[in-house]
Write a protein that binds this ligand. Structure first.
Ligand SMILES: [Fe+2]
Length: 301
């Protein structure tokens, strides 16, 4: 078997509003659009993903929360209805997932070897969380690429900040090793919002874009600073700032996907491609790409 590799990573946030704005047949609620800047950003990301021709998409979602350890979807075919508990008026989505169980098991095993608590999720009736579904739908609405779903261990919210993120660093290294060993051509999706300060009330028409703007000016400034550094390829600098960013902007990257993805890619100091930025109920969201083939760090198909 040829050695596997990670060909790209994307920051691919999951506000369910984006799926709601797209009106795919799988989602029950219907809209008149909305959040176009972000939906157009995803359109650009989809085009580059298509060129990469990956075997598998791996997604780490903050909304599959596990109290003990890191869990992996472990059922070949999962279907059902995913509902956002906060916005059930916007997201009731019928999903059908093709899971790459072999790679998931390899990730689980490698992570265990690195000292993490891990578990395979074998419940055939499991309801996949809206974060996983939204990120995957926005990146690949055709649903024709197998996936690996990884839970968010909730420990960063209980432990000291660095302890939780150190685990994510190890989870990233384990993921990269599992990809190498199984020979997969893989794309990583970090399903994270940036600044997470949000409004507490929804407009009467949720997609009324005259009501949409950053909730917090300081949080917005943080987002711009982090995005600009990432666009310049200053990854190390961003990771130095991460604790302050998380603290001041309540950044959702606290839940670990961003660290997991960068660790798996080896923290490359390469310029990110920004596909777009926009707010959703006041939170800051960027769709960004780190293409390891263009950077000469992975081989083309
Ligand atoms: Fe979220």
């Amino acid at each position: 078997m040829a050695q596997g590799q990670i060909v790209a990573g994307y920051l691919a946030p999951h506000p369910p509003h984006l799926v709601y704005g797209e009106n795919p047949p799988q989602n029950e609620p219907k809209s008149r659009g909305g959040w176009e800047q972000l939906r157009w950003a995803y359109e650009r990301a989809r085009a580059t993903l298509d060129e990469l021709k990956p075997d598998v998409l791996l997604v780490h979602s903050p909304h599959w929360i596990t109290q003990q350890g890191h869990h992996f979807l472990g059922v070949k075919e999962l279907s059902g209805k995913s509902v956002d508990p906060i916005f059930p008026n916007l997201f009731r989505y019928s999903f059908n997932l093709d899971v790459d169980v072999e790679l998931a098991e390899a990730c689980c095993e490698q992570a265990r070897e690195l000292g993490l608590t891990t578990k395979m999720m074998r419940n055939p009736n499991f309801r996949v969380d809206y974060g996983t579904i939204t990120t995957l739908h926005m990146m690949r609405p055709q649903w024709d690429i197998p996936v690996v779903g990884i839970s968010a261990n909730n420990s960063p919210y209980y432990l000291k900040l660095d302890e939780g993120l150190e685990e994510m660093d190890r989870l990233g290294k384990a993921t990269a090793e599992a990809i190498r060993k199984t020979g997969r051509r893989a794309v990583l999706l970090a399903s994270n919002t940036l600044c997470h300060w949000h409004f507490h009330e929804e407009p009467e028409i949720p997609e009324d874009m005259s009501m949409e703007h950053p909730q917090d000016y300081n949080g917005y400034l943080w987002d711009m600073k982090v995005i600009e550094l990432l666009r310049q390829g200053k990854t190390n600098e961003v990771f130095e700032l991460l604790p302050d960013f998380i603290q001041e902007a309540f950044a959702e990257i606290k839940s670990g996907a961003f660290t997991w993805m960068f660790s798996a890619m080896g923290y490359p100091n390469i310029p990110a491609e920004l596909h777009g930025y926009g707010t959703v109920i006041g939170t800051g969201n960027a769709v960004m790409e780190w293409n390891l083939i263009k950077a000469g760090l992975a081989q083309a198909a």
